[in-house]
Write a protein that binds this ligand. Sequence first.
Ligand code: ADP
Ligand code: GN1
Ligand code: MG
Length: 353
Amino acid sequence: MNGKTVVEIAKEFPLDGEIFSCEPYGEGHTNITYLVTTDKKRYIMQKMNTSIFPDSDVLMRNICGLTQYLENRGIETLHVVFTKDGKPFYRGEEGCYRVYDFIENTVVYQVAESADVLKESGKAFGEFQSFLADYDSSELVEVVKHYHDTPKRFRDFLSSLNSDILGRSINCKKEIDFVLSHSDTFSKIVEGINDGSVPIRVAHNDTKLNNILMDKDTNKARAIIDLDTVMPGSLLFDFGDSIRFGASTAREDEQDLSKVHFDITLFQAYAEGFCNAVRGKITQNEIDLLPYSAYLMTIECGSRFLADYLSGDVDFLTQYTEHNLIRARTQFRLAGEMERQFDKMSAIIDKIL
Ligand code: ADP
Ligand code: GN1
Ligand code: MG
């Protein structure tokens, strides 16, 4: 492709020092992330995913507003580096690129190494909910409509299945059946939002454990990142998605399913952190739906992975052909185990709140 190299693009930003490397970094599924190292500082540069977030201007306006708001309140957050000509991102024939300061001395977990790590992340995501409670949501544009509209995600799944453009459905009959046989359980939260029984709040909407940076020395939460999807939503999406990813004994793309289990101790740890942070603000109806939200977010994400596998891997970044199918399998395994432990989850929540 013609156009600038990633190093040349990085030079569009007023970085401190001379660039000596620009390498792929991290395990996000959406944006293409690079670690840019100069002789003085480190930065994160991202090729923004303009197929999922087509309006980069609006997206970056959301992020700048939000990070400014958090920074003004002394909360550590992403710091956007503007281009040399004063723009929040670079746009060229190569695509759209943005730069953040690298938040140093932090770690990101792809799997919860201990219950304490998960409890700490629960506390941080719960507090994030509270910090944003007063954020003027008219400042936030809904950059992706129907993001956690699970019945719509199901319809999208059906259309990928019907098209089956690569003939991959033959490889995943069991997984397809799992989604189809659970489709009557998908609408509870969206219905609650529509009838007003589930309040709309500013939510992060993508609260997996690798979207939070923890301090290397203390293991305390430092910053919540990946703010692309911060939009009006439900607290239940945030709780549920964290459980989906964090209360698993294995990575999201573990190929050996015998290693993948929903761990009720990890659930309890996250629930304690999160619920204590939203105590007094969460409504009884939300409390009652917390266990279901974990199950729903897990099955929703599994259906999205499977739909993307059927559609030829267009939404999620993948490293190999079956990657999305492998991810879908872990999600369905977890969702199945959650279904069988609903009562235990409810008892834990009742005890905390
Ligand atoms: P995606 O939207 O593709 O998930 P993220 O914004 O989550 O991309 O970034 C991918 C990974 O890059 C994160 O999981 C984290 O490891 C790392 N990362 C992103 N931003 C920063 C930052 N400002 N400082 C340190 N690490 C970061
Ligand atoms: C994506 O971008 P990332 O990796 O943090 C996805 C989430 C999914 C998640 C599954 C914008 O998150 O919705 O839950 O993968 N983000 C987007 O791991 O679609
Ligand atoms: Mg991410």
